[in-house]
Design a protein around this ligand. Structure first.
Ligand SMILES: C[S@@+](CC[C@H](N)C(=O)[O-])C[C@H]1O[C@@H](n2cnc3c(N)ncnc32)[C@H](O)[C@@H]1O
Length: 260
């Protein structure tokens, strides 16, 4: 029988933040079965280093225990908010921001991004620690994901691999995209990384559901909620029998502007 979709509450009880980082972010290539992290880091770098997108506020929605999604963006925004549904993920980020003993080692990933952007790793690291001003609980299933707090309109919203993990069907996915749009100022930019055709992924032995997406359905939802897609990049996944941790068919990165 099909297991029920693992939503936020399941993450709160079962998502092992440290195991996730260790499995997927110990090296810039990511998990050996998936090898898409360098693609994602390169896409983020290209998007932000061109200097076209910048401003006061950036919100990363569903950051997990991770900071990789803001490494390239951080020098272009003054105030960065990271967020997630689970307390443990927020705590894992805080530990790194405070540079606590035993925090996760982001150096290999930071070094990779610094090399791409011809910067010093210590400069990038210090910049992230300085620019991330808030680490907040969020729930993308809500009309206002930061309820009861009202966020000031953001110039940029970033989200990576969150919506397909958080939304059990296309209706919730579209609503979540509308909620992301509501966090942006008019003409603000959405930078989204996601997976196509994935139904599950594993962190250690725990299986998490994933909403199976097609590029066509994502584009239709984006347009319906008021985004104009500017750019899409995709990378095909590995052969299914060579991947024990997930069944994604491709990873995508896209940039879209809020139209109103
Ligand atoms: C696959 S992880 C992605 C983490 C990170 N952004 C990345 O790219 O590696 C999915 C994340 O979505 C979060 N999540 C699940 N349901 C959520 C919800 N309703 N609202 C916000 N985040 C949620 C989980 O806690 C988890 O951190």
């Amino acid at each position: 029988m099909e297991a029920s979709f693992t939503e936020g509450e399941f993450y709160q009880d079962h998502f092992d933040s440290r195991a996730f980082n260790q499995s997927f972010f110990s090296r810039p290539e990511g998990h050996p079965d998936e090898n898409f992290l360098t693609f994602v880091l390169q896409c983020f770098s290209k998007t932000f280093s061109a200097g076209k997108y910048g401003g006061q506020r950036l919100i990363d929605v569903g950051s997990g225990p991770s900071i990789h999604s803001v490494l390239s963006a951080c020098e272009h925004f003054q105030e960065i908010t990271l967020s997630d549904y689970t307390d443990r993920n927020l705590e894992e980020i805080q530990k790194w921001l405070r540079n606590e003993e035993g925090c996760f080692d982001w150096k290999p990933v930071i070094q990779y991004v610094s090399k791409l952007e011809k910067k010093s790793p210590s400069e990038v690291e210090a910049n992230v620690r300085q620019r991330v001003k808030r680490v907040l609980k969020c729930d993308v299933r809500l009309e206002n994901p930061f309820h009861p707090e009202t966020m000031k309109p953001a110039d940029c919203v970033v989200t990576s691999l969150c919506l397909e993990a958080a939304c059990k069907d296309m209706l919730s996915y579209k609503k979540a995209l509308a909620s992301l749009a509501s966090l942006l100022r008019p003409s603000g930019v959405l930078v989204m990384v996601g997976v196509l055709g994935e139904s599950f992924y594993r962190v250690n032995q725990t299986r998490f559901s994933c909403l199976r997406l097609t590029m066509q359905s994502i584009k239709a939802c984006l347009e319906d909620v008021g985004f104009a897609v500017q750019e899409i990049n995709t990378l095909p996944g590995p052969k299914p029998k060579e991947n024990a941790v997930s069944d994604y068919e491709a990873i995508f990165h896209l940039v879209a502007l809020k139209t109103d």
